[in-house]
Structures are given as structure tokens and as C-alpha cells.
Design a protein around this ligand. Structure first.
Ligand code: FCB
Length: 467
């Protein structure tokens, strides 16, 4: 069927609004490879992945999906899928290797080339400035717990806006600052691998500050029509029961998982209960006058990454934890039902709940799903097919949840599927496959999975057909 037939096909039961953005997402360290080429220096993820025991099988992003050398092929794949948008991230150490001073031309050229070939293919480039690959030199100088890093980020944001602002109109400052702060500095499962609650809280604050200063720098260099955004992995947290102790456990996780970013960014304040809960760790004296106002620089949309919800009850969890002390009061309860290869529960209602909450709490803020997807143990069969019915079911259910939220009045503008390609899944290395395109990492051969063909049809239809 042609795209036009698909759009008018009566079998399309859940139609998305005209102009809805259908994208795929990736991140630099997870796909680019070329880790030491053209002046790129190590990021904290290069260092971390080389540290024995940190990443499964000792995998690194040295080669990854070799996207740095296969940009044309990968853009051609996206053109085949018919995506309207592509969300990628810029590797800070590729363009500003020491995290300060002038940019490296070859690094900038790569992203210029990427943006140009996307535009040429009719795909809107959506650039994220920080998807966790801090230049190692900045970590050596103190990393995100250190205030100066926020100023370094603002300088880098300005450089990128100057270099790419003529061709990239949609910008995201940070991807998932919660993970950067609390997995990076709290429980240490992500780079740089520190386990220090105070460092994690300081990092969270300086990421909020970096976001605000970065947004201001972007605005200073971009045309007024540019879109500036932030992506959060908000936790869809549910209390196991309505007992006050369980509700309090959910409140604590909401404070340190969600409102620690939402309140500074949208209201220029810190949540009072968060300050109370974290009193054993810090008095927050590192927050200076004007910081919270800076963090609240106006943005045009909020990006949401959603994979699964959390269910919590009163109790306690293991330490070191990414919860800055809340783990002493909170037990995480395994949710029932099917799970992905990450062992994450499949629960599309959590996405609907999150979107409805944001509809109510942030009226007037357009929402974009900047990541959603699932890992399964995919393989290419001898005839070159990759059958991934579980992924199709996962995506179908989550898109249906987005559609339901739209009907309920949530202002959702787009959906970016994580991920275009199988890639380096952080501490899991190459053992987890999130792509709708299979990558054979020995040969770098790309093969469309069934889910890629399914997504192409969804895009062509402008919605979902009956299952
Ligand atoms: C998110 C990350 C992304 C990817 C997915 C599975 O937390 O932003 O890079 O690893 O999880």
C-alpha cells in the first residue's frame, strides 16, 4: 500500500494528529565509535568502560555501531522508514575535547554533515547536547558535583548553536540528568562510577543550572523560531497500597526522582520535602542566589523518556543506591506481568499516567516522548529476517497509551522510538538490543527487524491499525 492509501485506510483506528512527529533516537557514545578519531578525546564513558568490572563483557564504545563512518547508510535507513525526525546527541569531547576553549573543526564537520544529510532526506534533526559523555578532563576537574562544569556546558552550548544553528532548529540541553547524577555519582553503575550521595545531589543541582545556562546560551545564538527543550526520565511511581507509609515512600521517590528537576526547571524552586528528606546528607548550601531562577529559563517543550513504572512500599533497599538516602525508607516491589530483556516490566499505563500528570501540572508545556522502546533477545535468522513480535506489541501498547493521553487532552507533539540501531547499552554493553534495526557487530551489517517495517507502516498510516 502507498503512504497515501495508508493514511486514508479505514483500518487505521488510532489516528494521530496531523503534524505529529514520528522519530527515532540514538546517542553519540552508544553508536558512533571512532572514539579516538579526528581529535576526539576520552569521555567519562571511555574511562569507565575500560575499568574492569564496570561494563558487561568489558565492552566499550570504541567501535559501537560505527555510525561515524556509516552516517550515509544510517540516514538512508531512516529515509526508508519514513521518520519525520531524528534525535541524536553530540559528543562533547568530539567538538570541544578538553571541555573548554575553541571547537575542533572536524568534530563540528561531522555533525554538520549529519544535519545536512538529514535535511536532504526530509528529516528534521533534533540535537541533544549532553547524553552522558562528559569530557574526562572536566571530570578530573571535579565533574558535575563541581559548579564550574555548568559554566563549561553553557559555553559548549553556545559553540554548538553558533556552528549548527543554521541547520538544526530543535535542541535539547540534557538527556536524563537523573541518570547522570544518581547513577553516575550515587550508586556508581554509570560513569564516572562514584558512590557518594552528596556528590549526586550536587550533580543534580549543577545539571539543573547547566540546563538553564545552556538554554540561555542557545537562545542567544539561535533564531527566535528555534525550539529549546530538556529531556527527563520521569519516574512513573506508584504506591503499593494507599497506606500512609506506602504513600510516603512514593512521595520520597517522586521528590528525588522527579520533582528535583521539575521544580527548579518549571518553578525556580527546590521541593521543600526533598530538602527535608536529604537533611542528613546536605543543607544545600551549594545552591547560590540566582541559581534556581537560572535553572527556570523558559523552554518550549519537555521531553519524556519512558520505559516502565516503579511500584514502592515502606521498607528499605540496598545501598549504595541512586536515591540519596530515600532507600532507607523505600522498598521497590517487583511489578507483575511480562518483562523485557532488561527485566523491566511492560506497562503502558504508566506512560499514560505520566502524561496525564504533566497535562495537569504543567499546563501549556508541549510534551514530546523522546524515548520509548524495549530490548529483546533478537537474532537474524538464516534467511536474514529478524522477528521481534514482543517489541511490536510493546510499541503498539505504548503508542496506544500516547493516543489515549492525546484524547484525554495531553499536548503530546511527537514520539521518538528508542532506538534506531542496536547499540552500546551502557553498563550492559552490547548484550541488550533496543534497535528496530539489527546490527551484527562483527560485520556492522544492518538488517531491518519486523518492528522497523511495522513502524514504517504506522508512520505512513499516521497511526495504529487494529492489532
Ligand atoms: C535511557 C537512555 C538511553 C538508553 C535507554 C535504554 O535511559 O537515555 O541512552 O540507554 O535508556
Amino acid at each position: 500500500m502507498t503512504a497515501l492509501d495508508a493514511r486514508t485506510d479505514p483500518a487505521t483506528t488510532l489516528r494521530f494528529p496531523e503534524g505529529f512527529r514520528w522519530g527515532t533516537a540514538t546517542a553519540a557514545y552508544q553508536i558512533e565509535g571512532a572514539a579516538a578519531e579526528d581529535g576526539r578525546t576520552p569521555s567519562i564513558w571511555d574511562t569507565f568502560s575500560r575499568t574492569p568490572g564496570k561494563v558487561r563483557n568489558g565492552d566499550t564504545g570504541d567501535i559501537a555501531a560505527d555510525h561515524y563512518h556509516r552516517l550515509d547508510e544510517d540516514v538512508a535507513l531512516m529515509r526508508r522508514l519514513g521518520v519525520t525526525d531524528y534525535r541524536f546527541s553530540i559528543a562533547w569531547p568530539r567538538v570541544q575535547p578538553t571541555g573548554r576553549g575553541p571547537a575542533v573543526r572536524k568534530g563540528l564537520d561531522f555533525y554538520r554533515r549529519l544535519a545536512d544529510s538529514l535535511l536532504e532526506a526530509g528529516i528534521r534533526p533534533v540535537a541533544t547536547l549532553y547524553h552522558w559523555d562528559l569530557p574526562q578532563e572536566l571530570e578530573d576537574a571535579g565533574g558535575w558535583p563541581h559548579r564550574e562544569t555548568a559554566h563549561r556546558f553553557a559555553e559548549y552550548a553556545g559553540i554548538m548553536a553558533d556552528a549548527l544553528g543554521d541547520r538544526v532548529a530543535t535542541w535539547t540541553t540534557l538527556n536524563e540528568p537523573w541518570c547522570a547524577a544518581f547513577l553516575g555519582y550515587g550508586n556508581g553503575v554509570h560513569a564516572p562510577g562514584r558512590t557518594d550521595d552528596l556528590a549526586a545531589l550536587r550533580a543534580a543541582h549543577h545539571l539543573n543550572l547547566a540546563h538553564g545556562l545552556g538554554a540561555r546560551a542557545l537562545r542567544g545564538a539561535l533564531p527566535a523560531s528555534a525550539e529549546v527543550s530538556l529531556t527527563l526520565n520521569l519516574h512513573a511511581v506508584r504506591a503499593l497500597t494507599q497506606a500512609p507509609e506506602d504513600l510516603d515512600a512514593a512521595r520520597r521517590i517522586d521528590a528525588v526522582g522527579n520533582r528535583i528537576f521539575l521544580d527548579p526547571v518549571f518553578h525556580g524552586r527546590l521541593p521543600e520535602d526533598l530538602v527535608r528528606d536529604t537533611a542528613p546528607v546536605t543543607d544545600w548550601a551549594f545552591v547560590r542566589d540566582g541559581d534556581l531562577e537560572a535553572a527556570a529559563a523558559p523552554i518550549d517543550s519537555l521531553g519524556i523518556n519512558y520505559y516502565s513504572p516503579s511500584v514502592v512500599a515502606a521498607g528499605s533497599s540496598e545501598s549504595p543506591s541512586p536515591w540519596a538516602g530515600a532507600e532507607r525508607h523505600v522498598r521497590f516491589v517487583p511489578a507483575p506481568g511480562p518483562r523485557t530483556a532488561m527485566d523491566w516490566p511492560v506497562d503502558a499505563d504508566g506512560l499514560h499516567e505520566l502524561l496525564i500528570r504533566l497535562r495537569d501540572e504543567l499546563p501549556g508545556v508541549p510534551l514530546v516522548i523522546t524515548e520509548n522502546g524495549a530490548a529483546y533477545d533478537d537474532y537474524a535468522d538464516p534467511s536474514g529476517n529478524v522477528k521481534d513480535p514482543e517489541r511490536v506489541a510493546y510499541l503498539h501498547a505504548h503508542l496506544a497509551a500516547v493516543h489515549r493521553a492525546l484524547e484525554d487532552g495531553a499536548d503530546v507533539r511527537g514520539y521518538f522510538l528508542w532506538s534506531l540501531l542496536d547499540n552500546f547499552e551502557w553498563a550492559y554493553g552490547y548484550s541488550k538490543r533496543f534497535g528496530i534495526v539489527h546490527v551484527d557487530f562483527a560485520t556492522q551489517r544492518r538488517t531491518l527487524k519486523d518492528s522497523a517495517r511495522w513502524y514504517a507502516e504506522v508512520i505512513a498510516r499516521g497511526g495504529l491499525a487494529e492489532e
